[in-house]
Write a protein that binds this ligand. Structure first.
Ligand code: FPP
Length: 236
């Protein structure tokens, strides 16, 4: 079975550049070119939702010039791709602390989100200034607020109610992740979709993100297909 929702931690841009004696941002430039290829392939494969961890809450600690490059690349991606995304009926989402995204990039992103909001066929989500714990804190505050206002009763809080308060509620029934891929051989979740990936399968290719080609992506999907997903139950 093809996974419905794939989430990717695009890791290894810095090491890829360093191995070539180039500055880290060079890796991000190559990495953003890979984003385009993988998005296209995900749609071709029949995946319904692709979530990309492009910037974590911890990434704010990076040097200013590296941050500038990352936001520039995102804007460039949006400008260059919005037409094709529209033709391919891709709906765009941004999850994370949207208010912290620099104003120019934020405005362009939100404009693209608005333009593509009519689509339903494929959901592309950028996790930006995203962290699972921050997402939970935000959900808890909102639930407490709604309880205070009488819109929510504490006894009615259930897993599906919590789903509705998380940033991924924009994905509706697709919010649970089937497959998490982290490139570069690191074996960590790094605060990414911890609630949503609760029953996900994991794939940790050694390849650094700028080298993670469509072929490599297909291999990740093939490995997923060999897994037996029991979701806590028993094999028949
Ligand atoms: C992780 O590699 C990568 C990031 C923190 C940034 C990812 C950003 C992009 C791919 C470009 C943004 C563009 C789009 C279109 C989303 P790392 O720098 O942590 O690598 P390292 O672990 O080797 O240092």
């Amino acid at each position: 079975m093809i996974p419905q929702h794939v989430a990717i931690i695009m890791d290894g841009n810095g090491r890829w550049a360093k191995m070539r004696g180039r500055p880290r941002f060079f890796g991000h430039i190559r990495g953003s070119a890979q984003v385009r290829e993988i998005v296209r392939e995900a749609k071709r494969q029949g995946i319904k939702a692709l979530t990309l961890y492009a910037f974590s809450t911890e990434n704010w600690k990076r040097p200013e010039d590296e941050l500038t490059v990352i936001w520039k690349l995102l804007r460039k991606y949006i400008r260059r791709e919005v037409k094709e995304l529209d033709q391919n009926k891709v709906k765009l989402h941004v999850i994370g602390e949207i208010g912290r995204i620099p104003e120019g990039a934020r405005a362009e992103l939100l404009q693209a989100v608005e333009k593509l909001s009519v689509h339903e066929e494929f959901h592309l989500t950028f996790a930006l200034s995203y962290g699972s714990r921050t997402e939970w804190v935000s959900a808890a505050k909102q639930m407490a607020e709604d309880c205070k206002l009488g819109k929510l009763q504490p006894q009615d809080i259930s897993e599906s109610v919590i789903d509705q308060y998380l940033w991924t509620s924009c994905l509706g029934r697709l919010s649970d992740v089937d497959l998490v891929i982290r490139t570069s051989g690191e074996l960590r979740m790094s605060n990414f979709l911890l609630w949503q990936a609760c029953y996900a399968e994991f794939d940790f290719p050694q390849t650094l993100w700028p080298d993670y080609t469509v072929e490599e992506f297909r291999k990740s999907l093939e490995r997923y297909q060999t897994r037996e997903r029991r979701l806590g139950g028993l094999t028949k």
